[in-house]
Design a protein around this ligand. Structure first.
Ligand code: KG4
Ligand code: ZN
Length: 340
C-alpha cells in the first residue's frame, strides 16, 4: 500500500512516501525553527500559515524524488492530533482533498503512535512487544507496546516533558530554541560533576517523572554561579546528566516490571547522544536490547506518519472515503484501538 504521509502538528512540515514492502521511498522536511526562534517558542498562527506555504511544494518534491505519480498513491496518512489545531487542519485538509480527488482512503494518525512505531523504519527494527520511552517536546511517557494500536501507559511526567525541560533550561542559559540540540552541544564541553542537580522522583517506586523541580534548581544555580562560558557548559552537562539518569533508571525499571527485554526510544529527545549512550550501556548490562530510529527520524517527520498510516490501512482499517475531516488537538494515546 503506497502511502503518502503528512505531518503538520507543530513546527515542522514533513512529507514522506512509504510502502510496507519497499520502506521509505522519499521524505522531505521543512523546519520552521528559524522563523519561531526570535519568539523563543512556536507561534501557532505563524506555524499554520507556514504549513500552508510549504506543504504542497514538499508533496510535489517527494513524489518527484520517488518518481511516483499522484495516481500511484493508494492511501494518505496525516497527523490528526495531538498538536496545534490550526497546524493540524492544514495537513488534514490537504490529505482529505487529495484522497477524495483520487478516491483513495485518508487515515488520521496519532502523532505519538508515529513516534512509537518509528524505530520500525530503522535497519534493525524491534519485534513486538516492547517498552517504549517516548520523549518529545510535549510528552514523556513509558508505554508497553503490544502491537500496532495496543499501547498501555506505564508511567508519564506529572508536569514538564523532558524536551520542555531541555527547552526551558536552554532559555535560562541564553541558548536559542529549540533547546535540546543546543544543550547537548554545549554539554560536550562541560563537566557534569562540577554541579550536582536533583534527580526528581528517582526513588518514587513508580514509573512517573517530574521535571519542573529540576528547572527550578537550574534557575537557582544559574543565579548563584559565575556567569562565564565554562560555567554554562558545566550547568548544561549537569542538567543533561540529571535528566538522562532519571529517564534511564525508569526505563530499566519498566523493563524489569514488564519482564520485557526490548527497549525503544522515540521522540525528539531520543536524538540526544548522551541519552542513547547511557541507555545502551544500562540496557546491555541488564541483558536487554535498545532500539531507536535514525536521528533524523527521532524529531517530527512525515515518514513515521506514513508508516503508522500504512500499517493501519494494511490491517484493513477503514478510513474516510467521504469528504470532510476532523482534527484532535488533544488526544490520549492509550485510547487508541488496534486494527482488527
Ligand atoms: O518529537 P519532537 O520533534 O516534537 C514534539 O512532538 O514535541 O520533539 C521536540 C523536542 C524539543 O523539546 C527539543 O528540544 C528536543 O525534542 N530535542 C532534543 C534533542 N533534539 C531535539 N533534546 C535533547 N537532545 C537533543 N539532541
Ligand atoms: Zn513529535
Amino acid at each position: 500500500m503506497l502511502t503518502l504521509g503528512i505531518e503538520t502538528s507543530c513546527d515542522e512540515t514533513g512529507v514522506a512516501l512509504y510502502a510496507p514492502d519497499r520502506g521509505v521511498l522519499a521524505h522531505a522536511l521543512h523546519s520552521q525553527v528559524a522563523m519561531h526562534e526570535e519568539y523563543g517558542g512556536v507561534v501557532p498562527e505563524l506555524a499554520s500559515r507556514d504549513h500552508v506555504r510549504r506543504l504542497l511544494p514538499l508533496v510535489r518534491r517527494v513524489l518527484a524524488d520517488a518518481r511516483v505519480e499522484v495516481s500511484d498513491l493508494q492511501g494518505i496518512a496525516y497527523t490528526q492530533g495531538p498538536g496545534l489545531a490550526g497546524a493540524l487542519l492544514v495537513g488534514a485538509s490537504v490529505a482529505a482533498a487529495l484522497a477524495y480527488g483520487r478516491g483513495i482512503p485518508a487515515i488520521g494518525v496519532h502523532h505519538l503512535e508515529g513516534h512509537l512505531l518509528s524505530p520500525l523504519l530503522s535497519a534493525r527494527p524491534p519485534e513486538f512487544p516492547f517498552v517504549a520511552l517516548l520523549v518529545s517536546g510535549g510528552h514523556t511517557q513509558l508505554m508497553r507496546v503490544e502491537r500496532v494500536g495496543r499501547y498501555a501507559l506505564l508511567g508519564e511526567t506529572l508536569d514538564d516533558a523532558a524536551g520542555e525541560a531541555f527547552d526551558k533550561t536552554a532559555q535560562l542559559l541564553g541558548l536559542g530554541y529549540p533547546g535540546g540540540p543546543a544543550i547537548s552541544r554545549l554539554a560536550e564541553t562541560g563537566d557534569a560533576r562540577r554541579f550536582r542537580l536533583p534527580r526528581p522522583m528517582l526513588a518514587s517506586g513508580d514509573l512517573d517523572f517530574s521535571f519542573s523541580g529540576l528547572k527550578t534548581a537550574v534557575r537557582e544555580l544559574v543565579a548563584q554561579a559565575p556567569d562565564d562560558a565554562q560555567t554554562r557548559a558545566d550547568v548544561a552537562a549537569a542538567f543533561q546528566a540529571a535528566v538522562v539518569d532519571v529517564l534511564a533508571a525508569k526505563s530499566l525499571a519498566a523493563l524489569a516490571d514488564t519482564g520485557l527485554d526490548r527497549l525503544v526510544i522515540a521522540g525528539g529527545v531520543g536524538a540526544n547522544r548522551h541519552l542513547r549512550g547511557v541507555l545502551e550501556a544500562r540496557a546491555t548490562a541488564a541483558g536487554a536490547w535498545l532500539y531507536y530510529p535514525e536521528p533524523e527520524l527521532c524529531t517530527d517527520n512525515g515518514a513515521m506518519i506514513a508508516l503508522a498510516g500504512a500499517l493501519r490501512l494494511a490491517a484493513g482499517e477503514a478510513a474516510a472515503l467521504a469528504p470532510g475531516f476532523t482534527v484532535r488537538p488533544r488526544w490520549d494515546l492509550a485510547s487508541l484501538e488496534a486494527p482488527a
